[in-house]
Write a protein that binds this ligand. Sequence first.
Ligand code: SAM
Length: 207
Amino acid sequence: MRDDIIGILRGNVSDRVIEAMWRVPRELFVPRRIRHTAYEDRPLPIGEGQTISAPHMVAMMCDLLEIAEGMKVLDVGTGSGYHAAVIADLVGPEGQVYSIERIPELVLFAKKNLEAAEVKNVTVLQGDGSRGLPEYAPYDRINVAATAPKIPEPLKEQLKVGGKLVIPVGSCYQELVLVERTQEGFELEHHGGVVFVPLVGDHGFHI
Ligand code: SAM
């Protein structure tokens, strides 16, 4: 159950991330008929051909971003709303998460799940997150949970100096990339192979 996941994460990510994952009930973010599988460490189907990411991947991405209390975070690819809920826990009540999803049915699903989990500091919007969300920019952190052909320029531009962005990049072979905006430009770190659904949009894949 929930303890199994925490056991897998311990020693691999920070205690802060583990505690946030412990507090957010993943079973409220998966379809009712598969709730008994909610604490398996793998992606699960959420409808519309999309998935909720595996817990270890959510933890790893949150850990790489070093999310602190009070931050403003953009989350691209809301899906079930689970990843946004973990980020919301990490930024705390003084922080804010803007989460954008392309598929209207999933926007409704995520809003319902976040309400059931009593998460108050996530605003879910429908749209093409490959363009970012300029209305609320700049962001301290940007989390992208779908793979892009290359790092979308609008997302880089919407980062604060000192801000960080994590994103899977590639199609057949995908790699998790951490981008940090510095005074001079952008620094990239590569964090190994991953498997994500495509980021579909103007600065993503044109499917
Ligand atoms: N973070 C999600 C969760 O916790 O359940 C899982 C994300 S799922 C792996 C990727 C999501 O990205 C899908 O729901 C998909 O519809 C969405 N997506 C793909 N392209 C997008 C785009 N351009 N803008 C916003 N969402 C997009």
